[in-house]
Ligand binder design. Structure first.
Ligand SMILES: [Zn+2]
Length: 55
C-alpha cells in the first residue's frame, strides 16, 4: 500500500473523529478540519485543530 494513501486514510479518520468531538470545518487548508481532503496540506491534527475541541 502506498504510504501517502495510508496517510490520507488516517487523516480522513482523524477528520471524522474531529466531528465526533464537535469540531466544525475550518477554512485553512493547513488544518486537519479543512472541509476537503483535496487541497488539504496536512495529515495530522494541528494545534488549532486540537484547540477546537475546547470550543
Ligand atoms: Zn468534515
Amino acid at each position: 500500500m502506498d504510504k501517502v494513501d495510508d496517510l490520507k486514510k488516517s487523516a480522513t479518520f482523524t477528520h471524522e473523529l474531529g466531528h465526533v468531538f464537535g469540531i466544525n470545518h475550518v477554512s485553512s487548508s493547513a488544518k486537519i478540519m479543512y472541509s476537503s481532503l483535496i487541497g488539504r496540506t496536512v495529515y495530522t491534527p494541528q494545534n488549532d485543530d486540537i484547540a477546537g475541541m475546547n470550543f
